[in-house]
Design a protein around this ligand. Structure first.
Ligand SMILES: [Fe+2]
Ligand SMILES: [Fe+2]
Length: 211
């Protein structure tokens, strides 16, 4: 397997802690798959931004007694909705019709391991949030060298904001857990990398590799 630092050493520099957080780099086969499906990439990307806003909103509703979480999730939901608008606008300018797509196995493949009782439940959801953001950030960086100028410029701005979202989720997980979270992070790193390196049925932004 290629070294994660090696695989992302193009164009955009990713923070070393973010790279170390992910257990594996995105395989080249996924990058090729994405470049062969430019419309699906943008449609699913729009879906992901919308879903990210909705996850943040659901935390806002459920954990009203956590002021730091409320502030961070409120900011995050607004940013994700702004990203959503930007992707939709970009799709429109390229004549890409927004249609419904089934979700990839990725998020559910992580969420099925969430422990049922709080605060464990919340800590797991926040750790998963950190993985989704970190992987998104890494994938944008991997795609950038292959994209046209407009899309590359847009994805460079997203590398920055999704990188910040990863930091916020991880900070909140540490802040709200009563015990160290390292073991739980290692557990989810293992699950996440499996979803990334194993064959998947359909191309999506967070899919595995072609079957
Ligand atoms: Fe986003
Ligand atoms: Fe994000």
């Amino acid at each position: 397997m290629p070294d994660i630092l090696e695989a992302t050493r193009h164009d955009v520099e990713l923070p070393p802690d973010l790279l170390a957080f992910l257990a594996c780099p995105t395989p080249d086969a996924w990058v090729d798959w994405a470049l062969a499906n430019p419309e699906l990439l943008l449609i699913d990307h729009a879906q992901c931004e919308k879903k990210a806003a909705s996850t943040a909103m659901s935390l806002l509703y459920r954990y009203v007694d956590q002021p730091l979480l409320l502030t961070k999730m409120s900011q995050l939901a607004r940013e994700e909705l702004l990203h959503f608008e930007q992707v939709v606008k970009l799709m429109e300018s390229r004549g890409i019709v927004y249609r419904h797509l089934s979700a990839s196995r990725y998020a559910e493949g992580l969420r099925c391991h969430v422990r049922p009782q709080d605060p464990d439940r919340l800590v797991d959801i926040l750790i998963i949030g950190a993985f989704i953001e970190a992987r998104s950030c890494e994938r944008f960086a991997r795609l950038i060298p292959h994209l046209d100028d407009d899309l590359a410029k847009f994805y460079r701005t997203l590398v920055k904001s999704e990188g910040r979202h990863y930091e916020d989720y991880l900070m909140l997980a540490r802040h709200l857990s009563v015990v160290p979270i390292d073991e739980r992070v290692a557990f989810f790193a293992g699950c996440e990398s499996q979803l990334i390196v194993t064959p998947d049925t359909a191309f999506r932004f967070h899919s595995g590799v072609p079957d």
